[in-house]
Write a protein that binds this ligand. Sequence first.
Ligand SMILES: Nc1nc2c(ncn2[C@@H]2O[C@H](COP(=O)(O)OP(=O)(O)OP(=O)(O)O)[C@@H](O)[C@H]2O)c(=O)[nH]1
Ligand SMILES: [Mg+2]
Length: 196
Amino acid sequence: MSSDLSAIVLAGGMSSRMGQDKALIPIQGVPLLQLICQMAESCADTVYVVTPWEERYQHLLTPKSKFIREVTVGESLPHGPLVGFAQGLAQVQTEWVLLLACDLPKLEVKVLQAWAAELKYVEEDAIAALVCHSKGWEPLCGFYRHRCLPSLMEYINEGGRSFQGWLKQHHVFVLSLPDSEMLFNCNTPQDLGLLQ
Ligand SMILES: Nc1nc2c(ncn2[C@@H]2O[C@H](COP(=O)(O)OP(=O)(O)OP(=O)(O)O)[C@@H](O)[C@H]2O)c(=O)[nH]1
Ligand SMILES: [Mg+2]
């Protein structure tokens, strides 16, 4: 375990495709958000759950996890994952942050730990270490250097909301993915059906 690594779990999405809050869906009896926090804890000393809805998830917190309350505007609609991440990153002190979506039920702790062990070999000029797939980077299961925050804020302040658009401006270290099933993204009732 590295004291230079913390984790941010994003739990502020609308789950509109699922039709119910994905974070609360039990996977083999464990609510998805709790499952992701448990996995994050196996790699990082502190896990930060970024959400505007602390009360909803209070009962799911694991021993090493805490909330970062996301600030929303207007009718409390979230700003999307890039802004949620920036708000979380601004509160974190470690050199590296493992960023995780809360809808990845097939994550594998061993792979996350092997990636974390590789961070010491990542080139100094890389701002992140991510898996690359045919459509671009996988931004919501990978590692970011804390010092990417000024560039992220600049991109957001200019109106940018896309991880791909932001990452395009930077050098990113490529992580290898032993089995793509690990990144199975549970967005719809059909996805959920595949799990059960
Ligand atoms: N904190 C925070 N997390 C977000 C926000 N938008 C999405 N997320 C999280 O980002 C991850 C990926 O979200 P998606 O699957 O793309 O979208 P979603 O909003 O959860 O669901 P849809 O409404 O179906 O698109 C999930 O962990 C979401 O909870 C946001 O505005 N704030
Ligand atoms: Mg998703």
